[in-house]
Design a protein around this ligand. Structure first.
Ligand code: NAD
Length: 372
């Protein structure tokens, strides 16, 4: 098959959908790789390395014109214009955005959104949410160190002792757990909260303390189990008790990293403005949920702002700040997905009984196949 890898066009998107490593494997499997010249430059993968791996360098239209196109982000209007009906597209395509899906369906694409893959053991190696969130959690901590005017570890010096930073992590999914691990490695004291009781053990195994908001009703306990590994919106009563406890912990904290998300919905508000006002000047909040409305209403997408002496970091797309590693993991995720839709003869196949393929297929033959 001919596989196209265009350069990403979304502003700030530095990642690329294939690396020399994955190109080499695809070429060995008998495919022809058409890579837009410069597609990997921002991720520090030079054109020459792709050529050595067997890719043919081309312009954007030749890459978009291939029968199978690999992308990081959903194609924009101009990219859609450059793709023919029937093209197979694989990428992170925002499966909860109906208008975006409709645009791809109208362009006649057969599109696979990898974010929609089930959170099962078999899907782990192609789980783009995990591979990218892991890096985002790590980078969130490093960003916090950058905006915090103190250090993370306790340090005893001849000039006196510096206290360890206190870090609170809200949401202990993939990003949150990596944030806990990273902050601990830097010597911080870490506490974390999540709706799902199953994460207590994971938090504690990383050396963090679980902020426990006990359940008072069977309904609370049942909803907190989540669905398919994901959280569901908690009842107002639980959210109020959590807010009170979070407010108290935030007052003591130096750094708060928030990662709480509910698929297909706005992010839950976990830090109210008056909690921010009660925090110590110099504290830092890194809001990883900012693109979905934020876990704190004061954070601003794409910006670093200050409120009552507290710095709120609302930078988006943190994996793109680690483009080399983020692309390496993402490209391997794609390679694993391709094994499901390309058969042993190197031909495209759509096994409709495969739960991963079925979940990721978001449009085909002009129709959106997903209720958003
Ligand atoms: P996510 O990004 O959707 O959400 C981040 C975290 O926010 C979740 O842990 C969620 O429970 C939490 N959250 C939601 N509302 C909250 C609230 N009001 N207060 C506090 N926390 C709140 O989740 P994710 O990181 O993608 O992971 C979701 C789950 O899937 C995790 O259990 C993860 O371990 C699991 N997972 C399984 C696999 C697999 O088996 N293949 C792969 C990856 C992740």
């Amino acid at each position: 098959m001919q596989l196209g890898i265009p350069q990403e066009t979304l502003p700030g998107e530095t990642r690329v959908a294939a690396t020399p490593e994955t190109v080499r494997k695809l070429v060995q499997a008998g495919h022809r790789i058409m890579l837009q010249a410069g597609a990997g430059t921002a991720a520090r993968y030079p054109d020459g390395d792709y050529e050595k791996a067997g890719a043919t360098l081309c312009d954007a239209s030749a890459a978009l014109g291939c029968e199978l196109v690999l992308k990081v982000r959903r194609p924009g209007h101009d990219e859609l214009q450059g793709m023919q009906a029937g093209t197979v597209l694989v990428g992170m395509l925002d499966p909860f955005d109906h208008d975006g899906l409709q645009a791809m369906a109208s362009a006649g694409l057969t599109a696979f959104a990898l974010e929609a893959a089930p959170r099962t053991t078999r899907a782990q190696s192609l789980d783009v949410l995990s591979s990218q969130a892991n890096l985002a959690g790590y980078k969130a901590v490093l960003l916090a160190t950058q905006y915090y005017g103190r250090i993370f570890p306790m340090m005893m010096t001849a000039a006196g002792t510096l206290k360890a930073a206190r870090v609170v992590v809200l949401g202990a999914g993939v990003a949150g757990l990596q944030a806990i691990a990273t902050a601990r490695r830097l010597g911080a004291v870490v506490e974390a909260s999540d709706v799902r009781p199953a994460v207590r053990e994971q938090i504690e195994s990383l050396g963090g303390k679980f902020i426990d908001v006990p359940f008072e009703t069977d309904e609370e306990r049942e909803i907190a189990q989540g669905k398919g590994g994901y959280a569901r919106p908690m009842p107002a009563s639980w959210m109020q008790r959590q807010a009170a406890l979070v407010a108290e912990r935030c007052k003591q904290a130096d750094i708060v990293i928030t990662t709480a998300l509910i698929p297909g919905r706005p992010a839950p508000v976990l830090i109210q403005p008056d909690t921010v006002a009660s925090m110590r000047p110099g504290s830092v909040i890194v809001d990883l949920a900012v693109e979905r409305g934020g876990n704190c209403p004061l954070s601003v997408a794409g910006q670093v702002v200050e409120h009552a002496g507290v710095t709120l970091v609302g930078l988006t797309n943190l994996p793109a700040l680690l483009a080399t590693d983020a692309s390496a993991l993402y490209a391997r995720n794609l390679l694993d997905f391709l094994k499901l839709i390309i058969d042993d003869q190197g031909q495209l196949t759509l096994p409709e009984d495969d739960d991963i393929v079925k979940a990721c297929l978001v449009c085909r033959d002009g129709h959106v196949l997903r209720n958003t």
